[in-house]
Design a protein around this ligand. Structure first.
Ligand code: GLR
Length: 301
């Protein structure tokens, strides 16, 4: 396992890959297809992988499947850090973190607790318990019903030495900026909006200097070229790539709720990998939409 503070520095150092989770004809996790996809991505330099995240359909995986995803990723990646999505209620999240650690995981991304809105001290107790259940580095993810404030996160960072990062999927730049100011270098910051490239430059202004890329799954060169332009402050290249690739992709993604994941999985299948379908409650792209994705991939920036 990578020391949590080293993991924090690695996370800061580059683009983060969020692979999809393939399923077979029986709707079971398909480790062979997953390995083949990860091996195809492996030569492309990223800081690390976050498996079984939102793009990896954590919300549709069993805890045992999350562990199997981590084991497969560790074997396929050989050396790159593997962080895994983790979540649900506190007891389940703690058990899942233990399973991920035992499977050789290097860290967890703590997705929102399940279903219900909760006050700041309750969310803090949940995060504290999960941090205490593992020696791995923990990254907190603001999204949906689980949104920590800058003050809560600063208190948690004091209490939990293995809390190493914050990822935002809310787009609330005011809160994000308060968090980066209040927590400074203590945490790594990850932009995690759906198709984050659309927001990357705005988030950079709020102190977020890296992000997760779902499109990296099927157009890794494009994703890395955008990240290089973003890191160099080359806003003209970012604007050109947004216009030529990311906005057309967003038009397909926006056709139906959940397509931020389904369109990515379709893209991976179009690159020749046996992803299988998305699991309910998501739905797959139509044939017409797959053809739109194929055209986008052929003409990519
Ligand atoms: O949990 C997730 O999969 C994410 O939100 C990360 C994605 O990679 C997101 O940043 C995106 O769609 O580019």
């Amino acid at each position: 396992m990578i020391d949590p503070l080293d993991l924090r520095d690695i996370v800061r150092s580059g683009l983060l890959s969020f692979p999809v989770t393939p399923f077979d004809g029986q709707d079971a996790f398909n480790p062979h297809a997953f390995s083949a996809h990860l091996e195809w991505l492996a030569p492309h330099p990223v800081a690390g992988l976050i498996v079984a995240g939102g793009t990896g359909e954590l919300f549709s995986l069993t805890p045992a499947e999350v562990v199997a995803v981590v084991r497969t990723a560790k074997a396929a990646q050989k050396g790159k850090p593997v962080i895994a999505g983790c979540g649900y209620g506190t007891r389940l999240a703690c058990e899942m973190a233990e399973g991920i650690e035992a499977a050789g995981g290097d860290g967890i991304l703590l997705l929102p607790h399940y279903l219900i809105g909760a006050p700041q001290d309750g969310i803090a107790n949940h995060i504290r318990a999960v941090c205490a259940a593992t020696k791995m580095g923990v990254i907190v993810y603001n999204r949906g019903q689980s949104v920590v404030s800058a003050e809560t996160l600063a208190r948690l960072a004091d209490d939990c030495p293995n809390l190493i990062g914050f990822k935002d999927g809310t787009g609330d730049i005011d809160t994000v900026r308060r968090i980066t100011i209040q927590n400074g270098d203590r945490l790594a910051y990850i932009g995690g909006m759906p198709t984050h490239e659309l927001f990357a430059q705005a988030f950079r202004g709020a102190g977020v200097d890296t992000y997760s890329s779902a499109v990296f799954n099927f157009v890794p060169e494009t994703a890395l070229r955008f990240h290089a332009a973003f890191s160099a402050g080359d806003d003209a290249t970012c604007a050109r790539m947004l216009t030529e690739f990311y906005y057309p992709f967003a038009r397909i993604r926006d056709r139906k709720t959940g397509y931020a994941v389904s369109a990515i999985k379709a893209g991976v299948a179009l690159r020749g990998f046996d992803t299988g379908p998305v699991r309910p409650p998501l739905t797959d792209l139509t044939e017409e939409e797959r053809a739109m994705m194929a055209e986008l991939i052929d003409g990519r920036a």
